[in-house]
Write a new protein. Structure first.
Lengths: 492, 492
């Protein structure tokens, strides 16, 4: 499978159909659009570059929040849409002068509330900075503006035989800037790692409007601190990224794809471990639990009977992909797989991947969804899923679990009724219990979605107090006024 | 080739035979051992944990500097050798209270002066913290203390079928802590990346003696800032690393090895590019220039005639290694290689690698050596080497060039006479010219050795002023008193 096809098949989930994303009206939002200490905002507006700022509440409301649930939503003061680094710098200087908080925003497809603007804040949208500036086929680099859609970069580099691996579920609409802000992952991570593993250099605008570059264009380099990876995953709290240099790989060979079904979750878990122990070269190793399969089956009738407790979806894009999947199949059969289907045909593979792509949309049809994102050591995935299933029973909630079993990063999806206080409370209790369990199992509160405003309180449970203090000090070092995304990542 | 054999063959260069390393006497060193404002150092000594501190100048002098040349050497006040994190914390609290600068030191094999102690400083040696605490074969992690020799970790994990890739030339004696401090690379980087690509978590003691943990044990994780990689490569200026968690890989398949000879440097350069364009899966892609080959030939008579202008040494450890090297051979022959030798036999491979291992020892027999470490985009390696050859002619110096052509990280080795002022001056001029050239070619002043005290002034030419200021602010954020390795990385 070439990179282009991979883009196609791994675009995946269509988890979030852009058309279906929530649009919010100004009246739905909390808080005054301008804080009482706002000063002369009319005079300020006039000083922005022409055509960059909008303040009409009905338009601004569309930029108020991301795709997270149960996070606070407010009406921002304005949306700035600069087209150049210079314009970003101008916007930041004006915001800093007026003391206005700034929330940077890509496609708004985040799931942690990191792009939920505080009341009265300025949203800085990168959508007008959407150019691929360079694709260097010799040194295998691309330089992009932050508003470039990740899938568009993947498609562009595949046309010249290259491969940009990161493939978050949102790849068809999320932006490179957003991916950098959360250090986005995806299904490829089991083999290819995350966004940060490809970022070699950045240009960024500080909260005072000054521009700096980090990193370099070479593969190796140790001149100075790794400010590049300090910015990656910093959720817009340290600087506004205005240019991204990523390394690229040669396009992988044709992929082979497999679906294996199991009569028990623990069999599937043993198979994940066995595939790892046998060092099978997998570029995807996904797990779907019974609740998720049931939801998929109700939607699409793919043939997952009630006797299927869990399924694994495995792909290898190694030059020896057929051998690799033969090894994966053998491991699954050793672990009592009830059925295994393998294909090297792209169309058939697409069918096999359909279940994975339907996981979130199918669960979303069951009710409102609170999507979690915890990561545990690979060996503890089954323990985590079993805990989640118990919590679902205790709270009387359907909780589907699917995700990246190969790297321990799972997405428990709690189905609840947002309009029902008791259901909301139960969902939040389940969410807390799952997150606590991930920490107990030696894991982390977030594998790829970020902390945002959804898990700020949890961050202080993952970090020790000294680390938390160093986080705050580093943040002050880069943004002494505290203007960048206040309330995100580190609360208060 | 198993990981163990790799350790053996890639230990490489024996570049720095430990026995041959410079030992310095107290009288050779500049500066007073105790600054005049030292206060009651005798009282201070008594408060250190028993058996941890030595202050005898004749012993302390052995810890005064690393293996760099033309960097300032001074007599430290004392050497602390804590055995536990708690003892490190105690040492740091006492140093902080007395305002004594602290330089952390592993094996002292660094090449940039990062472990050269300021006069009156306390050297904190990690040599008593040399335990491998854990090797987890299921989740493929190792947890080590900083004083563990990198080669010892590679050997230990290879015994259980796992692989820790980083292989700096010093792998047989440099420590994991030192490797983390410089983000060390090696010959494997073209395929496997650098030390930082394997570090997932750290424990570190701050300059005030407080302990923090960074990162995690999971493969993915985005909870908070990436303080782990802020510490990696920070050369002991931000915190003292006391525990390192690294991820491991399955042991690679048997390797195939190739040497290709060329009548011109540009042919070799074209071959490097061709191997890259053909996406050959190489785990080593090294270049030796004519000066280096001449020095090797004088030492070992390996059969590199005067007509050989450059040689490439290529290894592949892919499951398809024979195919990979067949592709590499074809690329070299297309680019007019005059001779190509390929072997899949480990003993023969060892012979083929001998030239690479002899590069630095052979050059060192020609006189004093100033070893540089610049990295340029792969496509500019030939431009860099041609510039270096011109500089050698202009300055009347022999300059051998060898290194990691596959990732653009080259080691120009300037041969000079340290006792001759004119020769020293010429060597420094050549060093500056080469470093400036690397920057002009879009490269960096250091690919893997670090900035240390050798290239502090150059760092301000690579970083823009805003980035430099953010470096200083981050440093103050973590070490407000400025006690950790003052003068290293950021001068002044």
């Amino acid at each position: 499978m070439g990179a282009e096809e991979l883009t196609e098949t791994m675009t995946g989930p269509a988890q979030q159909d852009e058309a279906a994303r929530q649009v919010t009206k100004a009246d739905d939002l909390a808080g005054p659009q301008e804080p009482t200490d706002a000063g002369d905002r009319a005079g300020l507006v006039a000083r922005f570059p022409a055509g960059v700022l909008i303040t009409a509440p009905e338009l601004v409301a569309g930029y108020a929040h991301d795709e997270s649930r149960l996070t606070q939503r407010n009406l921002p003061w304005a949306v700035a849409s600069p087209a150049t680094t210079d314009e970003v710098a101008q916007c930041m200087r004006l915001a800093a002068e007026a003391g206005i908080p700034v929330v940077v925003r890509g496609a708004g497809s985040g799931l942690s509330g990191a792009a939920n603007a505080p009341a009265g804040a300025m949203v800085l949208s990168t959508h007008r900075m959407a150019s691929i500036l360079e694709i260097d086929t010799i040194d295998r680099l691309a330089v992009v503006q932050p508003g470039v859609v990740t899938g568009a970069l993947r498609a562009a580099v595949s046309e010249v035989g290259l491969f940009y691996p990161p493939d978050p579920g949102s790849v068809a609409f999320s932006t490179m800037g957003g991916n950098v802000a959360t250090n986005a992952g995806g299904m490829c991570c089991v083999k290819y790692g995350v966004t940060g593993d490809y970022v070699v250099g950045l240009e960024a605008v500080l909260s005072d409007g000054r521009v700096m570059r980090t990193g370099r264009r070479t593969i190796k380099g140790v001149a100075g601190y790794d400010l590049t990876h300090l910015l990656v995953g910093s959720e817009g709290t340290l600087a506004i990224v205005t240019e991204i240099t990523v390394r690229l790989l040669p396009a992988p060979a044709g992929a082979a794809t497999m679906v294996a079904m199991f009569a028990s979750l623990s069999d599937a878990g043993r198979a994940v471990a066995a595939i790892g122990e046998d060092a099978v070269d997998t570029s995807m190793l996904e797990l779907l639990d019974r609740t998720t399969l049931g939801a998929i089956e109700r939607k699409a009738h793919l043939g997952f009977g009630d006797d299927v407790a869990a399924a694994l979806i495995v792909q290898s894009d190694a030059p020896t992909s057929a051998d690799q999947l033969a090894a994966a199949e053998a491991a699954c059969r050793r672990c009592d797989a009830t059925e295994v289907v393998v294909s090297t045909d792209p169309d058939e593979a697409d069918l096999l991947l359909r279940a994975r792509r339907l996981a979130l949309p199918a669960l979303e049809e069951l009710g409102d969804r609170l999507l979690d994102d915890v990561c545990v050591p690979r060996s503890r995935v089954v323990d985590l899923v079993e805990h989640i299933q118990r919590v679902g029973i205790e709270e009387g909630l359907e909780i589907g679990v699917f995700g990246h079993a190969g790297d321990g990063n799972m997405h428990p999806t709690i189905i609840f009724d947002e309009s029902d206080d008791a259901s909301r409370t139960a969902a939040l209790r389940a969410f807390d219990s799952i997150t606590a369990c991930a920490l107990r199992l030696g894991g982390t509160i977030t594998g790829e979605h970020g902390v945002g405003r959804l898990k700020g309180a949890w961050l202080s449970r993952e970090l020790d107090p000294v680390s938390a203090e160093m986080h705050a000090r580093v943040r002050r070092a880069l943004d002494p006024q505290g203007l960048l995304n206040p309330g995100c990542l580190l609360p208060g």
